[in-house]
Design a protein around this ligand. Structure first.
Ligand code: NAD
Length: 495
C-alpha cells in the first residue's frame, strides 16, 4: 500500500478552463472565477467560472428542446442502454474519477474508488434495468352499458419534462447520478447544479456521457452560486420538477418555491440520525457499531449516526474504548491507499463543526476525545466523542454532518425510544442487539425513512431511501423513484 500519484488525465483536467456543460458542450462562460480548493492542502487546484441568468437560460432551453425532440421519442431500451454505456465509461475511468473526487472533497481514495465510483456504477446499472418496466395498468371500470358498448381504461406513466437536480458536496458523482439516471430512464431531461465546493467531477461525467452517445441537451451541468442559480433554475418556466439534496434550511426554501409554482419536488435533507445499542451487546461490539455508524467519511454522510444511546451500565467502558480506537485515526493524505483520516470537505464546514463542538462544551456537554485540529495544513479535525448533558442538549439535536458522536446513557429502553423520536429530523436510525424480535419491534416504532438493524449507513439501489419529518419527502431509487419522476395519465375508451 502506498500513496496514489495523480494521473496525467487528472492534472490535465484540473488545468483546463472550467464552467458548465450545456447542450453537449463544455463552456466556461464569462462569470466570476471561483477557486476549487483541495481540502487536504487548503490550496487552490483549479478554477470554475460561475454561471448566471444567461447560462441558466441556455441550459434550460437545451434541456427543453431535447425533451421535446429526440429524447421523449427515444425507446426506453435505448435510454437504458445509454445508462449502461455510461456505467461502463465510469468503470473504465474509475481511477481518474476517484482521484478527482478525492482532490476535490478530501474523501479518502479508498472510499472514492470503492463507494463513490463502484456504487455509482451499480446505481446506473440498476436504473438501466428499469427500461421497459415503467408502465401503467389496465383497469376494470364500471360505466353502465345501455346499447352493448364496452369500456376499456388504462394508465400510462409519462415523463415530466426538464428535471432540475440541486446537489450537495459530499458525494458529488453518486448523488448526481441517483437523480440523473432516475430522471433519464423515465424519459425526462436534466439540468444539474453541483455544490459550489465540488463543481468539477460532474463536468467530467457529463463529458463521458457525451462520448458514449447521449444526445446534446439531455444532461446539462451548470455551476455557480446556489443563492443565485437556485431561484433562477427553480422558477424557470421549463423546470417541471426539482430534486434537491442538501440542508434542511435550503431545502425548505426550495420546497416553498416549488409549491408556489405548483411543481413536484423531492427533498433529501439532513438528519440527526440515532443509533440505539441494547444491553446484550459487548463493549467491543458496541464500539465496532459506533465506528461504522458515525465516523465513515468523517461523518459527512447524510445517513450517518450522530447521536448514540447506550445502556447506563456500559457507557463509560464504551467511551473509553472508543477514545482509544479514535486515537488511531491519524491524519494523512487522502490519496494514501490506507489513509486513516482525511480532511473535512471545506473550510466553512470545518468552522461550523468546530463551532458546534465549542458550543456543546459551553453548554456543559463533556468532550471525551478529539474535536481539535491537528498541526499541519488542510481542513483536518480529530474525530470527537461528546458525552451529552441531556437528551435536549443542542449536540443531541442539531446536525453536525461531521466526525462528532454525541452519547447519552439510557436506563430504560422505552426512554431511549422516546428520545430518538423527539427530533425534528427523520432520515435514518439503527438498532443494535442480538434480540432480533425486539429490534424489529423497535424498528416499527422509530420515526425515520430507513431503520437498520445491526448495521448503519449502507444503501442499496433496490431499497428506497429518503426522509420523513424535517428530513424531506419523496424517495430516491428502489421502485419508489418512479412516482417521483413520472406522472400518471388516465386513458379511457368506448368500443
Ligand atoms: P446546502 O443546502 O448548503 O447546499 C445544497 C445545494 O443547494 C448546493 O448546490 C447549493 O449551491 C444550493 N443552494 C444554496 N442556496 C440555494 C437556494 N437559495 N436555492 C436553491 N439552491 C441553493 O447543503 P450542503 O452543505 O451542500 O450539504 C450538506 C447537507 O446536505 C447536510 O445537511 C446533509 O445532511 C444533506 N445531505 C442530505 C442527503 C440525503 O440524501 N438526505 C445526502 C447528502 C447530503
Amino acid at each position: 500500500m502506498g500513496s496514489t500519484t495523480l494521473l496525467t488525465a487528472v492534472s490535465d483536467f484540473l488545468r483546463r478552463e472550467h464552467g458548465h456543460f450545456i447542450n453537449g458542450q463544455c463552456s466556461s462562460g464569462s462569470g466570476t472565477r471561483r477557486p476549487v480548493i483541495d481540502p487536504a492542502s487548503a490550496r487552490r487546484i483549479a478554477e470554475v467560472h460561475d454561471g448566471g441568468a444567461a447560462e441558466v437560460a441556455a441550459a434550460m432551453a437545451a434541456a427543453q428542446a431535447a425533451f421535446n425532440g429526440e429524447w421523449a421519442a427515444t425507446p426506453t431500451l435505448v435510454r437504458g442502454n445509454l445508462l449502461l454505456k455510461l456505467a461502463a465509461a465510469l468503470g473504465a475511468h474509475r481511477e481518474e474519477l476517484a482521484q478527482l473526487e478525492t482532490v476535490c472533497t478530501g474523501k479518502t481514495i479508498a472510499l472514492s474508488r470503492g463507494l463513490e465510483l463502484d456504487q455509482s456504477v451499480a446505481f446506473l446499472r440498476y436504473f438501466a434495468g428499469w427500461a421497459g418496466k415503467i408502465s401503467g395498468e389496465t383497469l376494470d371500470v364500471s360505466i353502465p352499458s345501455f346499447a352493448g358498448e364496452k369500456y376499456r381504461a388504462f394508465t400510462v406513466r409519462e415523463p415530466l419534462g426538464v428535471v432540475v437536480g440541486i446537489l450537495p458536496w459530499n458525494f458529488s458523482i453518486m448523488i448526481a447520478l441517483w437523480k440523473c439516471a432516475a430522471a433519464l430512464i423515465c424519459g425526462n431531461t436534466v439540468v444539474l447544479k453541483p455544490s459550489e465546493f465540488t463543481p468539477l467531477t460532474l463536468l467530467r461525467v457529463a463529458e463521458l456521457a457525451q462520448e458514449v452517445g447521449f444526445p446534446p441537451g439531455i444532461l446539462n451541468v451548470i455551476n455557480g452560486d446556489g443563492k443565485t442559480l437556485g431561484p433562477l433554475l427553480v422558477n424557470h418556466p421549463a423546470c417541471a420538477k426539482v430534486s434537491f439534496t442538501g440542508s434542511m434550511t435550503t431545502g425548505r426554501s426550495v420546497g416553498n418555491a416549488c409549491s408556489a409554482r405548483g411543481i413536484p419536488v423531492t427533498l433529501e435533507l439532513g438528519g440527526k440520525n440515532a443509533a440505539l445499542f441494547l444491553d446484550d451487546l459487548s463493549v467491543e461490539e458496541m464500539v465496532a457499531g459506533i465506528l461504522e455508524a458515525g465516523y465513515v467519511n468523517q461523518g459527512q454522510i447524510c445517513a450517518s449516526a450522530e447521536r448514540f444511546y447506550l445502556p447506563a451500565g456500559k457507557i463509560d467502558a464504551v467511551l473509553q474504548l472508543l477514545s482509544q480506537r479514535l486515537a488511531t485515526f491519524t491524519p494523512a493524505s487522502p490519496l494514501d491507499d490506507d489513509c486513516p483520516l482525511g480532511p473535512l470537505a471545506n473550510a466553512p464546514h470545518l468552522e461550523k463543526v468546530q463551532g458546534l463542538i465549542a458550543a456543546a462544551q459551553r453548554d456543559g456537554d463533556r468532550l471525551i476525545c478529539g474535536g481539535t485540529r491537528p498541526a499541519g495544513e488542510g481542513y483536518y479535525l480529530l474525530p470527537a466523542a461528546i458525552a451529552a448533558r441531556s437528551a435536549d442538549s443542542a449536540i443531541m439535536q442539531q446536525e453536525t454532518f461531521g466526525p462528532v458522536g454525541a452519547f447519552l446513557a439510557w436506563q430504560q429502553e422505552e426512554q431511549a425510544l422516546q428520545w430518538i423520536n423527539d427530533s425534528p429530523y427523520g432520515l435514518s436510525a439503527s438498532v443494535w442487539t442480538h434480540d432480533l424480535s425486539k429490534a424489529l419491534r423497535y424498528s416499527e416504532r422509530i420515526q425515520a425513512g430507513t431503520v437498520w438493524i445491526n448495521m448503519h449507513t449502507f444503501l442499496d439501489p433496490a431499497l428506497p431511501f429518503g426522509g420523513i419529518k424535517g428530513s424531506g419527502n419523496g424517495r430516491e431509487f428502489g421502485s419508489a423513484f418512479i412516482n417521483d419522476y413520472t406522472r400518471l395519465k388516465s386513458v379511457m375508451m368506448r368500443y
